[in-house]
Ligand binder design. Structure first.
Ligand SMILES: Nc1ncnc2c1ncn2[C@@H]1O[C@H](COP(=O)(O)OP(=O)(O)OP(=O)(O)O)[C@@H](O)[C@H]1O
Length: 241
């Protein structure tokens, strides 16, 4: 029997920035795996290395020590072009500030990543409609970002992240700019996507997000200090049962 490879595997990963002769080690000796279908939170105080780690998992940056494997491939062995293509096809990014293009409406924003995957115009719009539908935003397809609430903009950003059917969604403080009710709705959306098999990694300061994830990894001063998985919550019993 062949064992299934983890989707992502980090092995003794470190990242040291060098600026004007000064070295800052932002991440050191971090080892963990993410399996297909997981949803996990990466937590830690400001400056603990969360964004540095996310940039490496998202193939935007390479480790200075150790290795990152995506489905068994050491990403450092790929050319920059190959890594960019792999990033466009495999990683969906969601940011605190949505990062939608102001001059493009929702459906155009959602379709944009497919340009980099070489998909034709008509198919791009068809898939963007499906993606908007998956996040409950099809009725706002022709609205511009300024005409949408923060929660709606984040839904459009999630539709954009989903459009290339990525292996993994990487979300950096996805509820950081939202009030608590809207933030809870966005979390529920991530949970629903995960129920349908989508792998999700969320970077957050917010303990409420971590509570929604079965697994939480904590960083401190660039080091992994805990990696905890809790048992899934029992389904709520209906009244009277
Ligand atoms: N490009 C860079 N050049 C030099 N040092 C950097 C760079 N990016 C981050 N650092 C340093 O690396 C450390 C970790 O930063 P990082 O942004 O990864 O932390 P973080 O946990 O995401 O913080 P926050 O929650 O405040 O966003 C910090 O000491 C930071 O100053």
């Amino acid at each position: 029997m062949t064992a299934t490879l983890p989707l992502i595997s980090l092995r003794s990963v470190g990242r040291t920035y060098r600026t004007d002769g000064i070295a800052v080690t932002a991440v050191r000796n971090v080892t963990f795996d993410v399996d297909q279908g997981e949803i996990l939170a990466v937590m830690g105080p400001s400056g603990s290395g969360k964004s540095t780690l996310m940039n490496m998992i998202g193939l935007l940056d390479l480790p200075s020590e150790g290795a990152i494997y995506l489905e068994g491939t050491n990403v450092a062995d790929l050319s920059e072009d190959r890594r960019s293509t792999l990033r466009a096809r495999s990683i969906g990014f969601v940011f605190q500030s949505y990062n939608l293009l102001a001059r493009h409406n929702a459906i155009e924003n959602v379709a944009l990543p497919l340009v980099y995957c070489g998909v034709g115009h008509k198919e791009r719009l068809g898939r963007a409609e499906q993606s908007l539908e998956a996040v409950g935003m099809l009725h706002r397809a022709h609205h511009f970002p300024r005409q949408l609430s923060g929660g709606e903009q984040q839904r459009v950003a999630i539709a954009r992240a989903l459009i290339a059917s990525p292996l993994i969604i990487l979300a950096d403080e996805p509820t950081g700019a939202l009030d608590s009710r809207t933030g809870a709705e966005i979390l529920a959306l991530f949970a629903a996507l995960n129920q349908r098999g989508q792998t999700v990694v969320m970077i957050t300061h917010d303990p409420r997000i971590a509570m929604q994830c079965r697994r939480t990894i904590r960083l401190h001063d660039g080091e992994l200090v805990s990696d905890e998985t809790i048992a899934p919550l029992l389904p709520r019993r209906s009244i009277g049962s």
